[in-house]
Design a protein around this ligand. Structure first.
Ligand SMILES: Cc1ncc(COP(=O)(O)O)c(C=O)c1O
Length: 384
């Protein structure tokens, strides 16, 4: 009866990041720079808050949108950090990681045959959901603009069918961010257009120079922007699965229905841990960020010495060097690197066709691992 399975589901593929991660698992002595999650443990005080929630039997369903204390803390967090202004009662949903937030956002606003503009190369979590909604992903080539989706590029690709534009900055896999000047140009362009923006700001706490700015804070943008955030990357809480979705009330009240029938609510225990993270732990990301930046500078420098072309990241914890000069498919390059040098990176093709010719390195690993991996990679490239 396989023919009865939803064809949209059959058409989507397992993430190339996971595929490669599973493939390298069978090799011994591999230094893996593949996974996009912080190497730091969840802060102790946050773990304690989770434990306390269990002890206090806070283990029952919560309101669909999340516990009121967390909603209040989350809106205050984004006000203090990024000058964003949301009503905790009606303009925020606590989701199961940013991933489920992205899912409910798309399912609330997309319809079959509508188009979604997204930069390429791009995080692979959007395209499958867009397709499950019957909508059409339109990848825009950002290789010539430092991986930034510019107002000019957007303007050239808007059609009558465009329903949403994804701004995933700071970016996974490139580390690029959008400067305020470009955000303003995009805001000017979209001001009078009925197009949603999905702004994935999950790496907002990991911006190296200056402060993160959300497009939702620019004139006229709040009413058309859905902001995705969460504690996975900022507080090293990937396994707790807490995301945050902010948006104007008219969108969120519809999205809450999707969320309610999808999952009822996020884990109660994790919500109490996230409450601790966003209150007492409001600046927990600072120390981690300093270390990421040190590591980034180190790996960026080493890749440059190896003669690889790479855009210097503004945030997150990835580098995306070009391997085009080796005239190999990124998958073949990455496989050879594992087999011959014992270093695993993710083939750029995992981040859309526009990622072909690149590889992604995560530097969410300790310095010793990074040093060893860079030494191995350097030897490998000398012999290539
Ligand atoms: C850009 C981006 N958005 C969303 C996610 C998903 O985050 P979460 O683990 O909170 O679901 C990731 C995870 O790697 C990501 O890189």
């Amino acid at each position: 009866m396989e023919h009865l399975i939803n064809s949209n589901v059959k058409d989507i593929e397992i993430s190339g990041i996971r595929k490669f991660f599973n493939l390298v698992a069978k090799y011994d002595d591999v230094l893996s720079l593949t996974i996009g999650q912080p190497d730091f443990p969840t802060p102790t005080h946050v773990k304690e808050a989770g434990k306390a929630a269990i002890e206090m039997n806070k283990t029952v369903y919560t309101p669909n949108a999340g516990i009121p204390e967390l909603r209040k803390a989350a809106t205050e967090f984004v006000t203090k950090k990024y000058k964003m202004d949301y009503d905790p009662e009606t303009e925020l949903i606590v989701s199961i990681g940013a991933s489920q937030g992205i899912d409910i956002a798309f399912r609330t606003i997309l319809e079959p045959e509508t188009e979604v503009i997204l930069p390429g190369p791009v995080y692979p979590g959007y395209e499958p959901i867009i397709k499950l909604c019957g909508a059409i992903p339109v990848h825009i080539d950002t290789r010539e603009t430092g991986f930034q989706l510019t107002a000019d590029l957007i303007e050239k690709n808007i059609t009558e069918k465009t329903r949403c534009i994804i701004l995933p900055y700071p970016s996974n896999p490139t580390g690029a961010a959008l400067p305020e000047t470009e955000l303003r140009k995009i805001a000017d362009l979209l001001q009078d257009k009925d197009i949603f923006i999905l702004s994935d700001e999950i790496y907002s706490e990991l911006v190296f120079e200056g402060k993160h700015q959300s497009i939702a804070t620019l004139p006229g943008m709040r009413e058309k922007t859905i902001v995705i955030n969460g504690v996975s990357k900022s507080h090293s809480m990937t396994g707790w699965r807490i995301g945050l979705v902010f948006g104007p009330e008219y969108v969120m009240k519809q999205m809450l229905k999707v969320h309610q029938y999808n999952v009822s609510c996020a884990s109660s225990v994790s919500q109490y841990a996230a409450l601790q993270a966003l209150t007492t732990g409001i600046n927990d990301a600072e120390d981690m960020k300093v270390q990421y930046q040190e590591r980034m500078n180190y790996v960026y420098g080493r890749l440059g010495e190896m003669g690889l072309e790479v855009v210097k990241p503004s945030g997150a914890f990835y580098l995306f060097p070009s391997i085009e000069k080796y005239k190999m498919k990124s998958f073949d390059f990455a496989l050879k690197l594992v087999e011959e040098a014992g270093v695993a990176v993710v083939p750029g093709s995992a981040f859309s066709e526009l990622g072909e010719g690149y590889v992604r390195l995560s530097y969410a690993y300790d310095m010793q691992t990074l040093e060893k991996a860079m030494d191995r990679m350097e030897r490998f490239l000398k012999n290539l």
